[in-house]
Design a protein around this ligand. Structure first.
Ligand SMILES: Nc1nc2c(ncn2[C@@H]2O[C@H](COP(=O)(O)OP(=O)(O)O)[C@@H](O)[C@H]2O)c(=O)[nH]1
Ligand SMILES: [Mg+2]
Length: 422
C-alpha cells in the first residue's frame, strides 16, 4: 500500500450518485495521492498516473488477489480543475448496490478511507474553494422536495454577492473614515433577519392534518391535494381507520398531509383508537384543515371541533360539497376559525385555488420568500449580531468579522461546523 504524503489530505472516496438500482454509479476519489493509491488495483493498457486531466481510461478494478471486481471508467482531475483543490479521480462503475459495495471494498483494501457525504465540500472550504453560503445551499438543494425550493436555493449566489458588496463598501468606508455605510448595513441586516422566516417556511416540510366529521369529504379532498388516489374514499362512514401520511406539494411548499378518521358517534375499539391517533395528529400539526359538509347546517359538535382546533394552532375552515349548495349557517363558523372559510367542492375542484392560496399564506406566515434572502438560522443569527453591534456602535473591524463569517469565503473550521450542524 502506498504511503500518503504527510502534508496533504488523505485519500478518500465519496459516492457522487445515489445508491439504488441504476445503470451507473460514480465515486469521487479525493486527495493528491488518489491516483497513486488507485494505480495498483486499476488494470489498464497504461498507468493511471500517466493520464492527464480530461482523459478517460477504461480498465478493470481488481481486489488484492487480482480478481476483477468491476469494469470501471477512471477520469483523473488535476488540483487546479477539481473543486476541492486536491487531485481527484472520478471512478464510474456499474450502478446498483452490489456492484458499488464491491468497488468500495476494493478501494478500502487499496488504502482509501470512506469519506462522509459532506466531506468533499468540507475539504473544498478548508482549501479556500467553496464559501459557506454555497455549502449551505448545496446541502439543502440535494434534499429539495419541490422545484420552488430548488429555485429559491439557486438564489444563493445573489445572497452571497449582496453581502460581499456590503462588506466591500464597509471596508472602503472605514478606510476613508466615513460612516454612511453604518446606516445602510443596519437596514440590510434588519431586513435580512425579517426575511429569513419566509425562507425557512419555504424550505421546511409542514405537517397539515385533515380533521372533521365522518363523510365530510376529508379523504376526497386529500386525494385532490395529492393529485392521486392514495386515500380510501367511501360513502360508508368510518372507512379511514388509520392515519395516512402523504407527502404532497402545495404551491411549491413541501407538505406532509395526514388524513384522519372522522369524528363520528358510534365507535368500536378500532375506531376509537383511529380517532385518538387522528386527534394526536391534529394537535401536533402546523395547520389543521377542518373539513365540514358546507351544504348542511352545522351541529354543536362542529362548532366545538372548530374551537378545539383553534386552541391547538392555525386553522383553515374548509366548507366542502359546494356543488350541493352552501348553507349560510355553516359559513358563519368562519368567525370561530378567525378566517374566512374556504368554500370548495372536493369532487369538482371548485374553489380549490383559494384553498391552496390559504394554505400557502398560513404556512409562509404571509410573507413571500424572495431570492437572495438569508436561508439558514446561522445567517439570521449573524445578521442579528451585526444589527445589534451597529446599534451599540461597535467598532467596524469587529463588525467585519460577522460579515466574513456570514459569507464564509475564507476557511473557518468553527463556522463550517455550525453551517453543517443545522
Ligand atoms: N357532492 C359531493 N360529494 C362529495 C364531495 N366530497 C366528498 N363527497 C362524497 O362524500 C362521501 C364521503 O367522502 P370521504 O372523502 O370518504 O369523506 P371522509 O369520511 O371525510 O373522509 C363520498 O361519497 C364522497 O364521494 C363534494 O365536494 N361534493
Ligand atoms: Mg376518510
Amino acid at each position: 500500500m502506498p504511503r500518503h504524503n504527510a502534508g496533504g489530505q488523505p485519500p478518500i472516496f465519496v459516492r457522487a450518485t445515489g445508491c439504488g438500482s441504476a445503470g451507473i454509479a460514480t465515486l469521487v476519489l479525493d486527495g493528491d495521492d488518489a491516483g497513486l493509491y488507485l494505480n495498483p488495483v486499476f488494470i489498464c493498457t497504461r498507468p493511471l498516473t500517466s493520464a492527464a486531466t480530461g482523459e478517460l481510461l477504461l480498465g478493470r478494478l481488481v481486489d488484492g488477489a487480482g480478481r476483477t471486481v468491476d469494469e470501471v471508467m477512471a477520469a483523473p482531475l488535476g488540483k487546479k480543475d477539481s473543486e476541492t483543490g486536491n487531485a481527484q479521480v472520478e471512478l464510474s462503475c456499474h450502478g446498483g448496490q452490489g456492484a458499488v459495495f464491491a468497488v468500495e471494498e476494493a478501494l478500502l483494501a487499496a488504502g482509501f478511507a470512506r469519506g462522509r457525504g459532506t466531506e468533499l465540500m468540507e475539504r473544498a472550504h478548508l482549501n479556500g474553494r467553496l464559501s459557506l453560503i454555497e455549502i449551505e445551499a448545496r446541502v439543502r438543494l440535494s434534499a429539495a422536495a419541490t422545484a420552488r425550493q430548488a429555485e429559491f436555493l439557486l438564489g444563493h449566489a445573489q445572497f452571497r454577492q449582496r453581502w460581499e458588496r456590503l462588506g466591500f463598501d464597509m471596508a472602503m468606508g472605514m478606510r476613508s473614515n466615513e460612516t454612511a455605510w453604518r446606516g445602510k448595513l443596519l437596514q440590510e441586516a434588519r431586513a435580512g433577519v425579517a426575511r429569513q422566516r419566509a425562507a425557512a417556511g419555504l424550505l421546511a416540510q409542514h405537517h397539515v392534518a385533515l380533521v372533521g366529521p365522518v363523510n365530510a369529504g376529508k379523504s376526497t379532498l386529500g386525494n385532490r391535494l395529492a393529485r392521486a388516489d392514495r386515500h380510501i374514499v367511501s360513502a360508508v362512514p368510518g372507512t379511514t381507520l388509520d392515519r395516512l401520511d402523504t407527502p404532497v406539494e402545495v404551491r411549491g411548499l413541501s407538505v406532509l398531509l395526514t388524513d384522519t378518521a372522522g369524528w363520528g358517534a358510534e365507535l368500536d375499539d378500532v375506531e376509537r383508537e383511529a380517532q385518538r391517533r387522528g386527534q394526536e395528529a391534529a394537535q401536533s400539526a402546523d395547520l389543521r384543515l377542518v373539513v365540514l359538509d358546507g351544504s348542511a347546517a352545522p351541529g354543536d359538535r362542529d362548532a366545538e371541533l372548530v374551537s378545539q382546533c383553534v386552541a391547538a394552532g392555525p386553522v383553515l375552515l374548509v366548507l366542502n360539497k359546494r356543488d350541493l349548495g352552501v348553507d349560510e349557517s355553516a359559513a358563519g363558523l368562519g368567525f370561530l376559525a378567525g378566517r374566512e372559510p374556504c368554500v370548495v367542492s372536493a369532487t369538482t375542484g371548485e374553489g380549490f385555488e383559494g384553498l391552496l392560496e390559504g394554505i400557502e399564506r398560513v404556512l409562509l406566515g404571509g410573507t413571500e420568500p424572495a431570492p437572495g434572502a438569508p436561508f439558514t438560522r446561522r445567517h439570521a443569527h449573524l445578521q442579528q449580531q451585526l444589527a445589534d453591534g451597529l446599534e451599540k456602535g461597535v467598532d467596524g473591524s469587529e463588525l467585519l468579522m460577522y460579515l466574513r463569517r456570514l459569507v464564509g469565503t475564507r476557511p473557518n473550521p468553527d463556522e463550517l461546523a455550525v453551517a453543517l450542524g443545522e
